[in-house]
Design a protein around this ligand. Structure first.
Ligand code: ARG
Length: 565
């Protein structure tokens, strides 16, 4: 239900009737209950244009306002604000429709586009780190959200599987022989050991360099070793995806190596365009206004991160025919993306009408505000972090009810992983983010547990009530009114979150919704014997719609709900 659009249309209609020949600005959600459900604040801006005072204009608008449909009451406030109340009957009808609809009355876009979401992108030579966690979670949410709203989403995992370090790694893999997969369990250590050999033994170093060339020229033996290395390393990432219930699969992998054959073409085409300039032996694109050029080929003939991204951009725009390409990558790569996007557009690799966006995110910090590290200063292994989340979740819930040990296992996974994901998604994506176990595993505040708990609580109402649910939703007091309007705002929130690529708009909404529901539930008993049957039915359905909304919201964030908590 596009709530805001409906209200805006009522205002538009009033403008038309009042003979105001201007496009009205959009209404906004009221900040306080006494200001109604929505506010129209456009009268002030019209004052100059119409040569009238704003309160007078507001009066004209209200006089022409249809108060028999969606809006039932309007008031002028302050210098010319218009406070609007939505008709409770209309709200009832809309909530009724939503609770009976699988998609909660949320439409699929009438103008779907094909979107590429580039996320996760771990490097095969190294362990996945916390930065990749953020990319993976935010990217997956964006992909879920756009899919739900009707776009055609193509997930792309641009893994780093190419570069000179692989010569050393496969030479070492070959050297240690068959149990490569065992020692590769700890990629960090494997890398260190390989580097140790590289630094200590000149013959090994030569071999490593030779293997770099051999992989690039397609040598069978070296490519096989390389493939084996990638398979094991990617397998580690997939373990993490599984733990996170992230939907990336092998089919979504378009690795850096995938673009290998295109790299020379990229350089040739840029040269043919006349965009290329030589500088210190390297092939560069100088962009007007930018001090540093984009280097696409080094003096020794090697290609760079930017060259691969240009090839990927061309593939996504021309082969995949995407109209929106979103890169969920660390904010510190902003400069890189700004430049390659410009080169891609200016050289015609990507048509003008394709929307290229860098969805940047901040750094994960520890409690003291330093970049996240282990106690001895090493990088935190993601897999350890997720396992720790499950252990901590067990502690958080073990005294909360009598669960069997199986139940605890399942619950702890859902809750622990959910807490990590929710904490990440609930902050403004561009801010640095302070990782705090106690905060994220709290039953209070803007946490996944708070939402999951509310959901489970509603389910317990339905376990107690085993009768049939019939009758209609009736809005009988102010709290119900506010809860119902909040429920109807869901689609507006999702659409906005998708446009701004900000999952935290969803979490903020869920938090507001649940807080409101908890107040409603405290003051408006549902199953108590003295509650009128019609009111009971109505409240049951409002509770049901709330639960469905929480579930849908969390599902888009890739977080599960539980029926009992
Ligand atoms: N592998 C890169 C990193 O770890 C991320 C890749 C992002 N995607 C891209 N098309 N550049 O920083």
């Amino acid at each position: 239900m596009k709530l805001k659009l409906h209200i805006n249309n009522v205002i538009k209609d009033a403008f038309f009737r009042a003979g105001i020949e201007h496009e009205p600005m959009s209404v906004s959600e009221s900040t306080k209950a006494e200001f109604g459900d929505f506010q129209f604040n456009g009268a002030m801006a019209l004052s100059k244009k119409l040569g009238k005072n704003p309160r007078e204009i507001a009066g004209d608008i209200i006089e022409s306002l249809d108060l028999s449909g969606i809006i039932s009451k309007a008031e002028i406030a302050g210098p010319g604000f218009i406070n609007l109340w939505i008709n409770p009957l209309w709200i009832s009808e809309q909530c009724q429709a939503a609770v009976n609809d699988e998609r909660l009355s949320i439409a699929k876009t009438e103008t779907p586009i094909r979107v590429v979401v580039d996320y996760s992108g771990p490097n095969m030579a190294k362990q996945m780190h916390v930065g990749h966690l953020r990319s993976t979670i935010i990217g997956d949410t964006l992909a879920n959200l756009l899919t739900f709203l009707g776009d055609e989403v193509i997930r792309q995992n641009h893994i780093g599987d190419w570069g000179t370090q692989f010569g050393m790694l496969i030479a070492y893999l070959e050297e240690i022989g068959e149990d490569g997969s065992v020692s590769l369990k700890d990629l960090e250590q494997f890398y260190k050991d390989a580097k140790g050999r590289f630094d200590a033994d000149a013959a090994f170093a030569d071999k490593a360099r030779e293997y770099v060339v051999k992989i690039q020229s397609g040598d069978r033996h070296c490519l096989e070793l390389w493939q084996k290395f990638i398979d094991i390393s990617l397998g580690h990432c997939e373990d993490i995806y599984e733990k996170l219930s992230v939907k990336l699969t092998r089919e979504d992998v378009r690795a850096e190596s995938f673009y290998n054959d295109d790299l020379s073409k990229v350089v040739e085409d840029l040269a043919a365009n006349g965009t290329l300039q030589e500088s210190n032996g390297a092939q560069c694109v100088f962009l007007e206004g930018d001090e540093v050029p984009v280097i696409v080929q080094k003096g020794d003939g090697g290609y760079l991160y930017a060259t691969t991204d240009l090839a990927a951009l061309r593939y996504r725009a021309q082969t995949l025919q995407a109209k929106r390409i979103s890169y969920v990558v660390d904010a510190r790569q902003a400069g890189h993306f700004k430049q390659v996007f410009r080169v891609a557009k200016e050289s015609g690799f990507v048509p003008e009408d394709v929307n290229l966006e860098h969805v940047g995110f901040g750094t994960m910090m520890d409690k003291s505000g330093k970049p996240f590290k282990t106690r001895d200063g090493g990088t935190v292994k993601l897999i350890d972090l997720l396992d720790e989340a499950v252990v901590k979740a067990k502690e958080a819930i073990k005294n909360k009810g009598d669960y069997t040990s199986d139940e605890i296992e399942t619950l702890a996974k859902i809750i622990g992983i959910g807490a990590v994901k929710y904490a990440d998604l609930s902050i403004n994506r561009e801010s640095n983010y302070i990782f705090n176990w106690d905060k994220m595993l709290s039953f209070e505040g803007n946490t996944s547990l708070y939402m999951q708990y509310a959901y489970a609580r509603i389910q317990s109402i339905f376990r107690k009530y085993d009768g049939e649910i019939k009758g209609e939703i009736i809005i009988s007091d102010v709290l119900e009114h506010r809860l119902a309007v909040m429920l109807l705002r869901f689609e507006d929130v999702l659409t906005r979150a998708a446009t701004d690529t900000s999952p935290n708009q969803i979490t903020t909404y869920l938090h507001d919704l649940v807080t409101l529901f908890m107040r409603f539930y405290e003051q408006n008993p549902i199953l108590r014997s003295d509650v009128d049957e019609k009111i009971k039915m109505s409240r049951l359905q409002l509770a049901d719609l709330t639960a469905k909304t929480i579930k849908q919201g969390l599902e888009l964030l890739g977080i599960e709900v539980v029926n009992k908590l």
